[in-house]
Structures are given as structure tokens and as C-alpha cells.
Design a protein around this ligand. Structure first.
Ligand code: HEM
Length: 291
């Protein structure tokens, strides 16, 4: 699938899902999906379109030899007790989770990185220097990670200002009091990384992009869970290390080859708080080959 096909087959349906799902999360009354309202119909259709793509990939793969990728690992996995493999439905569910939880969020983080480096040339400069020094003519790979320190700081700091999963929520199983707040059983509590990450109480010049403040994904003196782009506790993102690796290698590969600037007549860049925190109406950038 090329990029254009990718948008036609997946991207535009994902946009529909994001918009409708966000509306549903925000509304007090949600119509059951079985009710054929125009909105429910669009949502079900969009999910079906992405399902079709995933099922097609799964079906085709069943007839192919090894590709050495995650889908193959999932296909080869066997239940320890029954020795059974996953059904196509299970494979679809796993692929959809990785796709939505993993692809959209990381893509989102990378978009914000490119935006921020375009806005802070003094932070972009050491990034370009590091990538040129570490990679030279080589391709970025896992071994480059240990030397791409500033690149990782850029990613941590971008996710502080624009955390892709900007809010997470929990439903109270029982009545509970946390600090001064009494929460009744069944109530939902929302926790916003976006708000915490921009608190002056914890981050000096909180709205400024200062990658140097991060060392190994942490900011000195900031208590645990104030910075939580990947959530925390037992349901912490299972893909967090993978995401940092992927984002670092992709960002390094991009800046090794290209420079990025916003077009001169760009609309005001704003974050759009859907399920993820996308740049509203996208980013239009001039991409120039570096050498
Ligand atoms: C920059 C990229 C990513 C961000 C910002 C992100 C963020 C998050 C957050 C905040 C949660 C916790 C949700 C909650 O507590 O309710 C989460 C959970 C999860 N993430 Fe990620 N994620 C990213 C990449 C990935 C990747 C690459 C994968 C898979 C390959 C992934 C798979 C998951 C899964 C399966 C969960 C649910 C874990 C559970 O409930 O036990 N994520 N992610």
C-alpha cells in the first residue's frame, strides 16, 4: 500500500472514527451503536473499512512465507495450554490495537517534534549536529539509540508540550477519597497529562520547548507521575519503549535527510484534543533535501 492508498483506505476512515468517538466520549447520552443514527452508521462503516484492510492483510499473509514482522509473530503464537493459534478475529483485534494505540500516537508525537524544531532553530541545530555526527552515511538502527541522546530529549520534551494521549480516565470501582476529593463508585476521573505537563509548579518556563531539561526521560526534581505521556501503574503503555525507539529512529532518519519549515502563510497552529492530540487542520511544511 503506498501513502496515497494508505490515506484513502485507512487515514480518512480513522479521521471519522476519531471525530465521532471524541463526540461520544464528551456526550452524556450515547446512543447504542445498534441504533442506526447517521453518526452511528458513519462510525460502523469507518470501522468496517479499516477491518477490511486488516483482514485482507491477514488473509494474504496466511498464504505467504516468512516476513519476520509482528503479524507473523502473532500468527505463530500458540496458547500454552491448548496449543491453538489466534483466530483471524483475534489477529484483527491485536492488529487494530497496535495500529490505533501505536501508530496514531507515535505519528502524532513525530508531527509535534517537526513542528517544534521548525519553531526553535536553536534547538534544531544541535539535533542536526547530533544526527550527522552519529549517523554519518549510516542508516539509523537500534545500536544508534545509545548515541542519539539529544534526539530522544527532543521527543520527551515534545511529548511534554503535546502529549499524544493527552487525557486518560478511570472509573471508580468503589467509593474512594483521594486528597480532598471524594469520588463515588461508578464515577469517572479524568487525568490530563497536557495540563500537568504545563504546570509552572513543576516545570520552569513550562510553555517553552527546552529539550535539555530531560535526562533519560526524566526531569530533575519532578515527582513521579507528574510527567506521564505513557500513563503509569499497571496499565502503563505496553509500547512505551518501542514507541521511543521508533520515534527516535524515524526522527533521526528524517532530519538526517531533510529540513522542515512551516509554509510562510501557515494557519495558526493549535492542538486539537480528540482522542489523541493532533495539530488542528494538519501541518503544512516545506521539506528540503539536506545534501
Ligand atoms: C508516542 C507513542 C505512544 C503514546 C504517547 C502512548 C500512550 C499511551 C497511554 C497514555 C496509555 C495508557 C492509557 C490509560 O492508562 O488509560 C497507553 C496504553 C497502551 N498502549 Fe500506548 N502509547 C504510545 C505508543 C504505543 C505503541 C507503539 C503501542 C504498541 C506497539 C502501544 C500500545 C498500547 C497498549 C496495548 C495500551 C493498553 C495497555 C493496557 O491497558 O494494559 N502504545 N499508551
Amino acid at each position: 500500500m503506498d501513502m496515497k492508498q494508505g490515506h484513502e483506505k485507512v487515514g480518512k476512515h480513522l479521521d471519522v472514527i476519531m471525530n465521532i468517538a471524541t463526540k461520544r466520549i464528551r456526550s452524556v447520552l450515547k446512543s447504542p451503536l445498534a441504533l442506526k443514527t447517521p453518526q452511528n452508521k458513519s462510525l460502523t462503516e469507518a470501522i468496517k473499512k479499516i477491518d477490511d484492510v486488516l483482514y485482507e492483510i491477514i488473509e494474504k499473509r496466511s498464504n505467504l512465507d516468512t516476513q519476520n514482522d509482528l503479524l507473523e509473530v502473532l500468527m505463530r503464537a500458540r496458547d500454552e495450554e491448548s496449543n491453538e493459534g489466534m483466530s483471524n478475529q483475534q489477529l484483527r483485534d491485536e492488529a487494530m490495537t497496535i495500529f490505533l494505540a501505536g501508530h496514531e500516537t507515535t505519528a502524532n508525537a513525530l508531527s509535534w517534534c517537526l513542528y517544534l524544531i521548525s519553531q526553535y532553530p536553536d534547538k534544531a541545530k544541535p539535533l542536526y549536529e547530533e544526527v550527522d555526527r552519529v549517523l554519518g552515511k549510516k542508516r539509523a538502527n537500534y545500536d544508534s539509540m545509545k548515541d542519539l541522546i539529544y534526539t530522544q530529549q527532543i521527543i520527551w520534551e515534545s511529548m511534554r508540550l503535546y502529549p499524544p494521549a493527552w487525557v486518560i480516565s478511570r472509573k471508580a470501582m468503589n467509593d474512594v477519597t483521594i486528597g480532598h476529593y471524594k469520588i463515588n463508585k461508578g464515577e469517572t476521573v479524568m487525568m490530563s497529562s497536557y495540563i500537568m505537563h504545563r504546570s509552572e509548579k513543576y516545570f520552569s518556563n513550562a510553555d517553552e520547548f527546552i529539550p535539555e531539561r530531560f535526562q533519560n526521560g526524566k526531569v530533575q526534581g519532578v515527582p513521579e507521575f507528574v510527567y506521564f505521556p505513557f500513563g503509569g501503574g499497571p496499565r502503563v503503555c505496553i509500547g512505551n519503549h518501542f514507541a521511543i525507539m521508533e520515534a527516535t529512529l524515524v526522527l533521526a532518519t528524517l532530519v538526517k535527510n531533510y529540513s522542515f519549515e512551516l509554509v510562510s502563510d501557515h494557519h495558526k497552529v493549535e492542538a486539537e484534543p480528540l482522542i489523541t492530540l493532533r495539530p488542528k487542520n494538519g501541518l503544512r511544511m516545506v521539506v528540503k533535501k539536506r545534501k
